[in-house]
Design a protein around this ligand. Structure first.
Ligand code: ZN
Length: 394
């Protein structure tokens, strides 16, 4: 059966004005003003979307779908992500990663959970590795993991400038990037090196050193958490101007903001003011990660959990509070990450791409409906598809 979404204001994510969008077979089949299928002999379900926005399903380039953390002991390991946490947020594509803990959290578990969420209705890719260097892999090499494992599209989050990382040398990081790049070349993927950037003064110095000393393209790297401070963000702008896409974390806490962290929406506002386009700065949720706070002595002083819903909240803050152009705000949660990760069938609405769509009520930027690969996961703000272990309340 085909579905015709009629009369929405289409952000693809660029502003296309009022359009009808026809979906079927999991794909976008047609876009146009006043599409008509009358007399074609096909059954079409029509959805009146007047007064709504239609945007691509959000693409989250960093989510800890199996949970993360544990910096305060075993009882502080954070829980797994559910289907509804993502779908209700309007996020349809996630890239899953391990973090600090690659001992009790494993790559087989990450891949299995990714497949579970795909089965339930989302699109999920994975990074091999974790914070650690040498990188933990499934097959024995970063290159082989990217080539042989369909859902693995890169390596990450490799930690730099962080007390929980391995402090890799420039040569070690260059070797990882080269492995990822060749793995990507041989498998038709981007082979991205997703970098967790910590709060050490070194900031992005190691990346500069790699690019200066080794023939590794700057576009192999994708650094995240650049919203830790104004200084780090401005370092990121310098690299963005050289072609890198940089990522900022949508999940935050009042405590972290008080310590100088910037919200993702504020980062986008600053980027646009600094002449860095929305396509060069993506938002990720860091969903289900721990957001640990450490005191001056390096001891854990607090712990919160990242939420995939932060993607929607950041979009809302960007449009409502920072008055950022709707297209620009949507680019940072859709095509910026999808394009840089080489996911050409994700993060935009065009004929032939996957029918990953979010119907938005502009009044308060609320999610009305969500489709992933043409399947409706959310209707009128409520889940229509439940995760395997969710107890439905309706
Ligand atoms: Zn991280």
């Amino acid at each position: 059966m085909l579905t015709l979404i009629r009369g929405a204001h289409l952000y693809a994510p660029r502003d296309q004005g009022r359009q009808d969008v026809l979906i079927g077979g999991g794909k976008v089949l047609a876009i146009g003003e006043d599409l008509s299928l009358q007399g074609q002999g096909v059954e079409v379900r029509e959805i009146n979307a007047e007064g709504r926005w239609l945007m691509p399903g959000m693409v989250d380039p960093l989510a800890h779908i199996t949970g993360g953390g544990g910096e305060g002991g075993f009882h502080t390991r954070t829980p797994e992500m559910t289907l509804e946490e993502a779908s209700l947020a309007g996020v349809t594509t996630l890239v899953a990663a391990l973090g600090t803990d690659a001992t009790t959290r494993t790559l087989p578990d990450l891949l299995a959970k990714a497949q579970a969420l795909v089965h339930e209705g989302l699109e999920v890719y994975c990074y091999t590795g974790s914070y650690e260097v040498p990188v933990r892999t499934l097959t024995g090499s970063v290159r082989d993991d990217i080539i042989l494992l369909e859902r693995v599209i890169g390596v990450g989050e490799v930690a730099i400038a962080d007390h929980r990382g391995s402090f890799p040398s420039a040569r070690e990081l260059a070797r990882i990037a080269s492995e990822a790049r060749v793995g990507g070349m041989l498998s038709g993927k981007r082979g991205i090196v997703f970098l967790h950037v910590g709060d050490d003064d070194e900031q992005l110095g190691l990346v500069d050193e790699v690019i200066e000393r080794f023939p590794v393209p700057i576009t192999q790297f994708y650094p995240t958490h650049l919203n830790r401070s104004v200084e780090l963000l401005e370092e990121g702008f310098r690299l963005a101007r050289a072609g890198m896409v940089i990522d900022v974390t949508a999940s935050t806490t009042p405590e972290l903001l008080a310590q100088g962290e910037l919200s993702a929406a504020e980062c986008l506002a600053r980027a646009l003011k600094a002449g860095v386009s929305a396509q060069q700065i993506s938002f990720s949720s860091d969903g289900n990660a721990s957001l640990p706070e450490f005191n001056a002595a390096g001891e854990l002083s607090g712990l919160k959990v990242g939420r995939v819903l932060s993607m929607l909240e950041a979009l809302r803050e960007a449009i409502i509070e920072h008055k950022i152009d709707v297209s620009d705000a949507m680019i940072s949660v859709t095509s910026a990450a999808a394009d840089y990760l080489g996911l050409s069938h994700k993060g935009r609405i065009a004929v032939g791409v996957d029918a990953d769509l979010v119907l938005v009520d502009p009044n308060g930027i609320q999610v009305d409906s969500v489709w992933c690969r043409g399947r409706r996961l959310v209707h009128e703000g409520r889940p229509t598809v439940h995760g395997t272990f969710t107890v439905a309340d309706d």
